[in-house]
Design a protein around this ligand. Structure first.
Ligand code: ADP
Ligand code: ADP
Length: 229
């Protein structure tokens, strides 16, 4: 579970990026975070993945007090959450198979177990036939699928997706959202997805949390983009 209690975050320049955020995300939920540029979406994600600490309030992810996480403990914490971004960040000199395997090798997992899990993940993200391809040989949508595969290889309980469809055309974006849906159902991964994609949010309705100037201004169970007049 993700739990934020009265979380506030200001930057040194005096900008209040998050103000008194209270938020609870249950295990297995799929949640969109929406809002205009500068409303605090990235800051919220950075607080969830341990990159930034809140000034006030409490942050718990899977029972870990992330708001009090010591710097040295952050890498260990991050092993249990998957994070994907708008840009794909695959290692260019490794194949798709190797990119996904690498995420498990660093955990000192046993070789046959790694190969088994990588095959399973490749099937899940529908890239079995691209196992030996290098990132530059893939389309944007395929690269993002490989990135998602790498992020979930270690069975993280939470997957954080920061504008995962930001670099993709509408057709590929739908593929990505359908894949995230499948991962949410098959792997029971909790998904928190930041997005600007109004069409996607309206087409695949899910709980939608809207931020404005650092405040949560809406939290709608069955989603849909909030209309402004
Ligand atoms: P979003 O992701 O919704 O665009 P951000 O969380 O990036 O919003 O930013 C929220 C506010 O905090 C903005 O006003 C932004 O300019 C400011 N901000 C973000 N990061 C920093 C930083 N490292 N230093 C100072 N201000 C920042
Ligand atoms: P994004 O929207 O993808 O977060 P930005 O261009 O807003 O990209 O931010 C890029 C980086 O700069 C982020 O790490 C963010 O925290 C930081 N940043 C954003 N706004 C400010 C700011 N006003 N002052 C300093 N750093 C900032």
């Amino acid at each position: 579970m993700i739990l934020l209690k009265n979380v506030s975050k200001s930057y040194r320049n005096g900008v209040h990026a998050l103000r008194d955020i209270n938020l609870e995300v249950e295990d297995g939920e799929f949640v969109y975070i929406i809002g205009p540029t500068g409303c605090g979406k990235s800051t919220l994600i950075k607080i969830l993945d341990g990159e930034e600490l809140p000034d006030d309030g409490e942050v718990f992810v899977n029972g870990i007090n992330v708001g009090k996480l010591r710097h040295a403990k952050v890498p260990l914490y991050r092993r249990n959450i998957g994070v994907i971004f708008q840009d794909f960040r695959l290692l260019p000199k490794m194949t798709v198979f190797e990119n996904i395997a690498f995420a498990l090798e660093v955990l000192a997992m046993e070789k046959t177990a790694i190969r088994r899990r990588v095959r399973e993940v490749l099937e899940l993200v529908d890239l079995q036939d691209k196992a030996k391809a290098f990132p530059e040989q893939l389309s944007g949508g395929q690269q993002q699928r490989a990135t998602i595969g790498r992020a979930i290889a270690n069975h993280p309980k939470v997957l954080i997706a920061d504008e995962p469809t930001g670099n993709l055309d509408p057709e590929k974006s739908i593929e990505i959202i359908q894949l995230l849906d499948k991962i949410n159902q098959v792997e029971k991964t909790t998904i928190v997805m930041v997005t600007h994609d109004e069409k996607l949010v309206n087409a695949y309705k899910k709980r939608t949390i809207a931020l404005e100037e650092g405040f949560i201004v809406a939290d709608i169970k069955k989603g849909g983009y909030i209309q402004h007049d």
